[in-house]
Write a protein that binds this ligand. Structure first.
Ligand SMILES: [Zn+2]
Length: 303
């Protein structure tokens, strides 16, 4: 492993363990070289590399020795550090899925629908609806959509983590294409689900959006049969299933109707939910059932 990566990992461990904080001066070059098991000269060079990445600031001490200081601003330090580490590490698929669910549901519960990233989301959704997209372009946009989703929460480190996972998410989702029964159906569904998530956010129902994104992420992997523990997608979906017409063509969902239907559907779903399920079910049960006619009128917010 290159020395800069060793130092990066050491820094991350020290930060996570609370032995270091951002903005702090680091131990001497000699102590760092001992900690990571690298030569003094390799450590010296690696520290310079880390400085050029915006993770450290180097300055000369009293006896001309080099002093390294961790950069204080999280966006400029922990972000790139974790990004580099994540871009080069290989994570098990399951770890990626769980981390995505964690970050994205957290972000959507705190999403601000007035955030400028909402406009970015609309642009990405429109791009993804084009039928001349290559598989690669589609998947780059798929990841961009989810990174933009996390932006809505306004936490730069959470967005930094998602950005760090970009390549891994891209590689994994692209590799799923060969495993789903029919890619065009999956692509249509993914786009429809994006619109439904967006509609829920726009309507101010962050909780529903968070549950939708969890199901969207897990469903994508489950559909490809990559999780042996769960054979198929839960029947009590938060999404309205798209209906196939006489020719077997599947059409995208009507975004305006999704929220009301989903709330009504949720009342009947059983307990196949993550940890927060009981709370969620209770909240939803206390809502008035959405009425069918209102649902299609475009103003279907649950009271
Ligand atoms: Zn997606």
């Amino acid at each position: 492993m290159a020395t800069d990566r060793k130092i990066l990992q050491w820094l991350e461990n020290e930060l996570f363990d609370g032995n270091l904080v951002l903005g702090q001066e680091l131990p001497s070059e000699r102590r760092i070289s001992e900690a990571v098991g690298a030569s003094r000269s390799a450590t010296h060079e690696a520290l310079k590399t880390l400085e050029s990445m915006g993770i450290l600031r180097l300055y000369e001490g009293k006896r001309h020795q080099m002093i390294a200081q961790l950069v204080r601003e999280p966006a400029a330090s922990a972000g790139p550090a974790l990004k580099l580490h994540m871009a080069t590490a290989e994570y098990p698929l399951r770890d990626i899925v769980h981390t995505r669910v964690l970050l994205e549901t957290w972000a959507l519960r705190r999403a601000d629908r007035e955030h400028p990233a909402m406009r970015e989301l609309t642009k990405i959704m429109d791009e993804m609806a084009r039928d001349d997209l290559s598989l690669k372009d589609f998947h780059h946009l798929e990841v961009s959509f989810h990174v933009a989703l996390t932006r809505l929460a306004g936490n730069s480190l959470v967005t930094g983590l998602m950005t760090g996972l970009r390549d891994s998410i891209y590689e994994y989702t692209l590799s799923l294409v060969g495993y789903v029964p029919l890619w065009s159906t999956t692509a249509t569904r993914l786009c429809a689900e994006h619109r439904a998530i967006y509609a829920a956010l726009e309507a101010g129902d962050n909780e529903l959006a968070a549950r939708m994104v969890a199901e969207h992420i897990e469903g994508h992997y489950l559909e490809a049969g990559v999780d042996p523990d769960r054979k198929q997608r839960s029947s009590g979906s938060v999404f309205v299933q798209p209906e196939a017409d006489a020719d077997g063509e599947v059409h995208p969902l009507e975004p305006s109707s999704t929220l009301a239907h989903s709330v009504a559907d949720t009342k009947e779903r059983d307990a196949d939910m993550p940890d927060s399920a009981p709370e969620v079910a209770e909240t939803l049960n206390s809502m008035e059932p959405a009425d069918e006619s209102g649902a299609h009128g475009g103003s279907s917010r649950a009271q």
